[in-house]
Design a protein around this ligand. Structure first.
Ligand SMILES: NC(=O)c1ccc[n+]([C@@H]2O[C@H](COP(=O)([O-])OP(=O)(O)OC[C@H]3O[C@@H](n4cnc5c(N)ncnc54)[C@H](OP(=O)(O)O)[C@@H]3O)[C@@H](O)[C@H]2O)c1
Length: 318
């Protein structure tokens, strides 16, 4: 009996230690108002994006939900309007797996919206398969679609007095790398389609988010626009929807025990978007509402510049 109690106490101690050192995130506290400001949040019909959009709406912003599924997005618009009391919440179709859709979104936005203060590049997938343009899904959606979107909206961002781009990356960027030869031959950062390759491709794409933020900050120096990237924490969302069977069985248990809810997952995004005085840290990476270091590759300026140039070419911008 006493052995059993000791084991239980040990397990509980490990759980508490893990929860408070690894999983529990910080909360962003600020009363800043966004009245008169406009924000875009990609992938905001569910997961971390939805409470991010809700928080911005509660602060009075005009919020554009940039999503690929009309039905899900309109349901989210309904929920967010109802909970925030803000009727300035709108859906605009955006499928990041199609460069044409990205261009159409930007054209519609630029024609109909006179200002842009916050661009939150939140959408993300862990999936195999190809985008409409033949790129690997994770590379195409998580990096290239957001890269093109940001560049097409940059002039509108520059017109605002102070504006920000926030790229939602992940701690898993640390396992990522960028192989430009593979990009040339396969339009992808991996060679296979199994769930292992999908996971690897996700890590690579999240490193791309870090490198894109770094180079974007360099290119934006001296303008009114700053940019940031972040790890949101480990969050119970639909991100694992394409996982294999074993992970699908383990995920709900892990998520109940350890993972933050989506609102908790939105905190560092909101910090990067709204924290006052963050401008000198443009280009940097955050987690738990605090500055963090990135992997060695994530600090490589030459790699960041090369990724930018290759991405421009792949999007047909250069
Ligand atoms: N959850 C975590 O533990 C965790 C950890 C680290 C980083 N992140 C990052 O957090 C961000 C949000 O992920 P999440 O956890 O909230 O996942 P999620 O619940 O799966 O939400 C992802 C969002 O992205 C959208 N999306 C996917 N493909 C798209 C496309 N082609 N075009 C437009 N939108 C698309 C999804 O739309 P549909 O609903 O239509 O599919 C959904 O709205 C991602 O960048 C992810 O990498 C998450």
């Amino acid at each position: 009996m006493s052995i059993l109690l000791s084991v239980l106490a040990g397990v509980l101690a490990v759980y508490i230690l893990l929860y408070y050192t690894v999983f529990k995130g910080a909360r962003f506290k600020s009363s800043v108002s966004l009245k008169g400001k406009t924000a875009i949040v990609t992938g905001s019909n569910t997961g971390i994006g939805k409470p991010t959009a809700l928080d911005l709406a509660k602060r009075g912003a005009r919020v554009i939900l940039a999503c690929r599924n009309k039905q899900k997005a309109e349901a989210a618009v309904y929920d967010i309007r109802k909970e925030s009391g803000n009727s300035q919440v709108l859906f605009m179709p955006l499928d990041l797996a199609s460069l044409k859709s990205v261009r159409d979104f930007a054209e519609t936005f630029l024609k109909s919206e006179p200002r842009l203060d916050l661009l939150i590049n939140n959408a993300g997938v862990i999936a195999s398969g190809k985008t409409d343009d033949g790129f690997g899904m994770a590379f195409g959606v998580n990096h290239l679609g957001h890269f093109l979107l940001t560049l097409l909206l940059l002039d509108r961002l520059k017109q605002a007095e102070h504006s920000r781009v926030v790229n939602v990356s992940a701690l898993l960027h640390r396992l990522g790398s960028v192989d430009f030869n593979l990009l040339n031959t396969h339009k992808d950062l991996v060679t296979g389609q199994s769930s292992w390759y999908a996971f690897r491709a996700y890590c690579h794409s999240k490193l791309c988010n870090v490198l894109f933020t770094r180079e974007l900050a360099n290119r934006l120096e001296g303008t009114s626009v700053t940019c940031y990237c972040l790890h949101p924490g480990v969050i119970a969302t639909e991100i694992g929807r394409n996982m294999g069977l074993v992970q699908k069985l383990v995920y709900p248990i892990m998520s109940k025990l350890f993972f933050l809810d989506p609102e908790g997952g939105a905190q560092t995004t909101l910090y990067c978007a709204l924290q006052e005085g963050l401008e000198p840290l443009s280009g940097r990476y955050f987690s738990s509402c605090a500055l963090q270091n990135v992997s060695a590759d994530g600090r490589d300026d030459a790699l960041a510049r090369k990724l930018w140039e290759v991405s421009e070419r792949l999007c047909g911008l250069a």
